[in-house]
Design a protein around this ligand. Structure first.
Ligand code: SAM
Length: 290
């Protein structure tokens, strides 16, 4: 077994040797706990047949474990200052490729085509940079990529929003957007103390199993999300008020009320009490509203 990159001592040594300075603006909080790293890999059910994309390898702590357990790992890192470090720490792992670029800008379809065999099913596994968690997850979920699972460490509060059910405080349009495309499950909570430098927030590992079929079938996805966003416009307002303020005009009020009645949704309810299925039904009925 290779020397563990993740031990606090080893991490400090690597950073010192290379005069590396952390960039807060890139969300650089490196993990220094091997148990947590190992739990992330186990949470993703990685086997020697798995193809993995890692986002933000840092100095390679998670990458090393992934390389030992997976068939192939492609890591995408934005910070080119990490090039000489990763070259050294991952030396000897012939099943790892590191690509330098912004995961929000690189052509993921092209990378997958170049790096993985045709028809490969891919898992995305990462300790994500927290400043771009939501855009990264939305990009992964909406780009029609052959991804089966996304297992990521993110801010605990965001993980709770992704997993929240109707009526819960954290439930909102982000919960619906993610649950429409994937099945989320928080796998573990992670304290601040296992990172250097320590972040200001607690973390959690969440697994998103990408659905083969969307959670609900709707006539227009764009319109469905318009209705969802409008319904959560102001949390204290009723569904009716939010829809009137954000999507409809006064002269449409009567039609709106009759659609709500038709789909048996009380206009006095608040958006945060509606399930995805109810939003689907409502959006379809509004889509064809005369
Ligand atoms: N995987 C390492 C670990 O667990 O110790 C580092 C995780 S650190 C929280 C996030 C990493 O993502 C950093 O290496 C950072 O440079 C990288 N990163 C930040 N923004 C990125 C982006 N837009 N695209 C790719 N990598 C990014």
């Amino acid at each position: 077994m290779n020397k563990r990159i993740s031990s606090p001592r080893q991490t400090q040594d690597i950073i010192k040797q290379h005069d590396f300075t952390f960039k807060k603006s890139l969300g650089q909080n490196f993990l220094i706990d091997e148990n947590i790293l190992s739990n992330i890999v186990s949470a993703a059910d990685v086997t020697d047949a798995s193809y993995v994309i890692e986002i933000g390898p840092g100095i390679g702590a998670l990458t090393q474990l992934l390389a030992e357990r997976a068939k192939k790992v492609v890591a995408i890192e934005i910070d080119e200052r990490l090039k000489p470090i990763l070259f050294k720490t991952l030396n000897g792992h012939s099943n790892v490729t590191v690509r330098f670029g912004d995961v929000l800008k690189v052509d993921l379809h092209q990378i997958i085509k170049e790096e993985f065999p045709d028809g490969a099913e891919i898992k995305v596994i990462a300790n994500l940079p927290y400043y771009v968690t939501t855009p990264i997850l939305m990009r992964l979920l909406t780009s029609q990529l052959p991804i089966t699972d996304i297992v990521v460490m993110i801010q605990k509060e965001v993980a709770e929003r992704l997993e929240a059910s109707p009526g819960e405080k954290s439930y909102g349009s982000l919960s619906i957007a993610v649950q429409y495309m994937a099945e989320p499950r928080i796998m573990m909570a992670v304290p601040k103390t296992v990172f250097i430098p320590q972040p200001n927030v607690d973390s959690a590992v969440i697994r998103l199993q990408v659905r083969k079929e969307k959670k609900v079938q709707v006539m227009s996805e764009d319109f469905f999300f318009k209705v969802v966003r409008a319904s959560f416009g102001q949390r204290r307002k009723t569904l009716m008020n939010n829809l009137m303020n954000n999507l409809y005009t006064k002269d449409q009020k009567a039609s709106l009320l009759s659609v709500l009645e038709e789909v048996s949704i009380d206009p006095k309810r608040r958006g945060e009490t509606l399930s995805i299925e109810e939003f689907g039904k409502l959006a379809d009925a509004l889509y064809t509203m005369k």
